[in-house]
Design a protein around this ligand. Structure first.
Ligand code: ADP
Length: 480
């Protein structure tokens, strides 16, 4: 029955109320009856008793003739709800307005109140035992004649039965108020529960829609803090999923494009060879060189994809070893010199011979440098210049790859390092999947370094690899 969050929340509101309200009810009833109702009734009864005693003091016959007293009280009964008794100074009951007390007439009443009244004092007693039908308020007043002699005692009492209506009325009021409080509590609990459960339902519905492919779905980020956080997390998750989905589509489109071109070129070369092109030695050499280029491109693509796989799985592991930078870097860039010259680009290098030894993975670091150099060549028009230099600055080794090519707009300079991002220049120069820079950044980061970029559209770009300088102590070979 209480399976839903809403009903449980309502219950959690109502349960404490259900426990507290009866306790408050009893305490409140007790308080009102003992502190308000009984004292005011007692005061009123005392006033009435004193008034009646004054009147009765003037009627000497009342005290001398029990039949007259009885008659007197019978009339009085209609006007006064309290029970009235006339008692002789000796304590004998003379008459009572309660017919049930007829059997007690003539009996001596041994009450402390009688003794007090006999001593000339007005006595008032209040007993709060609401379940007993006996007296609740008892007032004893001495009745004096005109010469101030005690001629009798007047007792006026409220029994539980006479007060029943008063008590019941006040108890109904208390029960009514508390029931109203309970109702308000339940209504408040209900509206709170609706407030809480509604956004949770909305998020659940949004998750379902998302699972069924609706990426437009958004959840309103409002309500209590935790619910806001839930909605924020959902929207963030949705954003991430959307961008991953976009990346996946982009990857597929790029793959089709990147695989299609070398495959098409290879196919044409194979067909040319099958058609007898191998008979012309020059053509044969051109075709095999072209095929070699295309397979190299496919290999490069495969490497990128393998890296992407590592990146996604987080399994990029370096095989670091001591490397003499001054020897290693020229070897890495040499093949690219030819590519640059083929494109009629000026090629400059400045690699000092005294660069320190570092510990790095030569293959991975080479891949990072090559990505930058290949971009510099790719995004620089014929006649331009590509320069590569290295050096130590503070606690860093810097490898700079500079070109005077198309440059990168400021707003794109962060984005070019994101996987699959291809800038305006990238789109103009057809080759590329938008992975080179993101791969280079990851590889350098894996070495504890970073890549910075300075670029101006139309003027060129400079990518700088910063590597931490960790000097490797030369190992001492023990002398014989
Ligand atoms: P790709 O070259 O395959 O597009 P990259 O990740 O290597 O992918 O480069 C991302 C984008 O950065 C490129 O599309 C290009 O717009 C821009 N870019 C990278 N290097 C250069 C450069 N040297 N000059 C101008 N733009 C560059």
């Amino acid at each position: 029955m209480f399976r839903s969050l809403r009903s449980r929340l309502v219950l959690s509101h109502a349960l404490p109320l259900l426990v507290i309200i009866p306790i408050i009810g009893v305490a409140l009833t007790n308080l009102i009856e003992t502190r308000v109702l009984l004292p005011s009734l007692s005061r009123a009864l005392m006033t009435n008793a004193v008034l009646l005693a004054n009147v009765a003091g003037d009627e000497a016959e009342l005290w001398a003739n029990p039949a007259y007293a009885e008659y007197y009280l019978t009339h009085l009964r209609h006007d006064i709800s309290a029970r009235v008794e006339f008692i002789s100074p000796a304590g004998q009951l003379l008459a009572s307005s309660d017919p049930e007390e007829a059997r007690l007439i003539g009996i001596v009443l041994d009450f402390a109140g009688v003794a007090q009244a006999r001593a000339g004092q007005v006595a008032s007693y209040t007993y709060y035992n609401i379940s007993s039908p006996s007296e609740v308020i008892d007032v004893f007043v001495p009745v004096l004649n005109q010469s101030q002699q005690l001629i009798g005692i007047l007792r006026m009492s409220y029994t539980y039965n006479t007060l029943y209506a008063e008590f019941t009325r006040s108890r109904y009021v208390i029960v009514g108020i508390l029931a109203g409080g309970l109702l308000v509590g339940i209504i408040l609990g209900w509206s709170l529960a609706v407030n809480l459960s509604k956004p949770i339902r909305q998020v659940t519905q949004a998750i379902n829609e998302l699972a069924h492919g609706n990426r437009q779905v958004q959840v309103e980020e409002r309500g209590p803090e935790e619910i806001q956080l839930l909605a924020e997390s959902f929207n963030f998750l949705n954003e991430r999923l959307t961008s991953l989905e976009k990346a996946r589509r982009q990857l597929l489109a790029n793959l089709v494009h990147e695989l299609g071109r070398p495959l098409g070129a290879l196919r044409s070369a194979i067909q040319a060879l099958a058609g007898g092109a191998d008979r012309d030695p020059q053509l044969l050499a051109d075709l095999t060189a072209g095929m070699d280029d295309q397979t190299a491109r496919l290999q490069h693509l495969l490497d990128d994809l393998a890296h992407l796989h590592d990146q996604v799985l987080g399994t990029l592991e370096l095989e670091s070893q001591p490397m003499a930078l001054s020897e290693w870097l020229p070897k890495v860039i040499r093949p690219w010199q030819e590519a640059a010259q083929d494109k009629h680009l000026a090629w400059q290098t400045d690699i000092p011979m005294d660069l320190p030894e570092i510990s790095a993975d030569p293959v991975r670091l080479a891949s990072a440098v090559e990505n930058l150099v290949s971009n510099a060549i790719k995004y620089t028009h014929a006649g331009g210049m590509v320069s590569i230099s290295a050096g130590v600055e503070g606690e860093e080794i810097l490898i700079r790859v500079k070109d005077n090519g198309s440059g990168i707009a400021l707003e794109e300079q962060q984005k070019v390092f994101e996987p699959f991002y291809r800038g305006n220049q990238g789109r103009r120069f057809k080759q590329g999947m938008g992975l080179g820079l993101s791969i280079a950044r990851d590889l350098v980061a894996a070495h504890g370094g970073r890549i910075s970029l300075e670029s101006e559209p139309g003027k060129g770009s400079q990518f700088i690899i910063h590597l931490p300088l960790v000097r490797i102590e030369p190992t001492n070979t023990p002398s014989n």
